[in-house]
Design a protein around this ligand. Structure first.
Ligand code: GTR
Length: 418
């Protein structure tokens, strides 16, 4: 009898746990009614009618809320950061550019290396604009170019049991069309997420949390892994200001998926990024949380408990209590150019929610006098729209970043960075 009762208790507990993350909804008609927090009203109810009120009151207020309730508060500069150029190879990437490998050490002792791949267009006269983005599986996975160093020692290990084959040279080359980007006059700067923070819940012992937190107790607003990756993008930008090949005032920060969420947070927290690109960033990125379409706050915070700060967990199945929605994250990037992209089969990331979020955020761009997206209906598949300083497309196909996406990003960057 006792055994039966404990079996029943266990069963009901596991049912409760399952009930905490409802099955994903993919039906527009089942989206619950919701009201988005008004970007142009301060928390004290004051209307935001001009850039001054936005920049002095509403923007800092929103930024603080995103820090405290979602991504966590990042630290300042590391002590003793320094860089070492490892090698330079001309005529790399099929002859389209120069490959430079730089190790950026985040500490004085040189125990925390970040391996940067820097691709510079051939024959560049003076510093060039650049796309800066983190990669998933190592620099050598972004290209078949045999000159790109394969990291020595152990392969990075992270959650999800990613197969070792994913770490092979060129496995993600389709995501990094170097020749195309270089031939349009842009440098590319990339490094692996695992160099910064391992992508699993390690209790924040490893990676930059271990380096920067000095064993301090963690609280509800302590920085998570996405904040750590975003913080590292700013450190790499610090380095780029010292690299004569790159014009650090013309750096577009870009990321796909979880790294798209990261690029958005980097763009929101560091105004030095001249342009921001979110590729299929979905839940916790560009997509509106209140739509609860595809991946939800409850799902993401249970699948990836290390990505956000602990406070964010409390909004699972409780989205209406959020003091912001993701249109606020996008608005923090204004007035800098911002591009959001989705993919037609990537319903998990809620393409419509990504567009609506940008549509709402573009009202803040209008405060600055830039044209906003006029239409709450997303454009058709592969009909990119650019209005003022905001751009959007929905590509045909799956969750990914491919040449089509890059072609839109390069064209968008051409308007602002060339
Ligand atoms: C998924 C996750 C998404 C997205 C994606 C990725 O499993 O649910 O939020 O970030 O991973 O990064 O590829």
């Amino acid at each position: 009898m006792k055994q039966l009762i404990s079996a029943l208790v266990l069963l009901s507990l596991s049912l409760c746990a399952a009930a905490q993350v409802p099955a994903p909804n993919y039906d527009e008609s089942k989206i619950p009614p919701y009201t988005l927090p008004d970007l142009l009203t301060t928390s004290k109810g004051r209307p935001v009618r001009n850039v001054r009120t936005w920049e002095r009151i509403r923007r800092p207020e929103l930024l603080g809320l995103f820090e405290k309730e979602m991504f966590g508060i990042s630290p300042g500069f590391p002590q003793g950061m320094h860089a070492r150029v490892e090698k330079e190879v001309e005529n790399a990437f099929g002859g389209a550019g120069t490959l430079k490998e730089v190790t950026l050490f985040l500490d004085a002792a040189g125990t925390f290396p970040v391996h940067l791949l820097i691709a510079v267009p051939k024959g560049a006269k003076g510093p060039v604009p650049a796309f800066l983005g983190i990669n998933f599986c190592g620099n050598h996975a972004t290209t078949f170019d045999p000159e790109v160093t394969i990291p020595g020692g152990k392969m990075p290990v992270h959650s999800g049991g990613t197969k070792v084959t994913e770490y092979e040279r060129g496995a993600n080359a389709h995501r990094w069309p170097y020749e195309y980007i270089l031939s349009h006059g842009y440098a590319v700067v990339t490094y692996c997420r695992e160099d910064i923070d391992p992508d699993f819940d390690d209790g924040f012992r490893n990676g930059v949390h271990g380096l920067m937190d000095g064993g301090k107790a963690r609280g509800g607003s302590s920085w998570g892994t996405i904040a750590a990756w975003a913080w590292s993008l700013s450190r790499v930008l610090d380095y780029l200001y010292a690299d004569p090949a790159i014009d650090a005032d013309r750096v577009a920060v870009i990321g796909h998926s979880r790294l798209g969420k990261t690029a958005l947070w980097a763009g929101a927290t560091d105004p030095r990024f001249a342009l921001v690109i979110s590729n299929d960033s979905g839940c916790g990125g560009a997509a509106l949380s209140r739509r609860r379409f595809g991946e939800t706050v409850a799902k993401i915070t249970t699948s990836f408990p290390h990505w956000f700060c602990k406070n964010f967990d409390t909004y699972g199945n409780n989205e209406d209590a959020l003091p912001f929605d993701q249109h606020g994250l996008l608005a923090l990037i204004a007035p800098r150019p911002l591009y959001v992209a989705s993919a037609s089969e990537d319903l998990w990331a809620d393409p419509k929610g990504e567009y609506l979020s940008l549509y709402e955020a573009s009202k803040v761009y209008a405060l600055y006098g830039f044209e906003s997206l006029g239409d709450p209906e997303p454009p058709g598949v592969e009909e990119p729209v650019v209005r003022g300083r905001t751009g959007y497309h929905i590509r045909n196909g799956k969750h990914n970043i491919v040449l089509y996406d890059w072609m839109q990003y390069v064209a968008f960057a051409d308007r602002f960075l060339q």
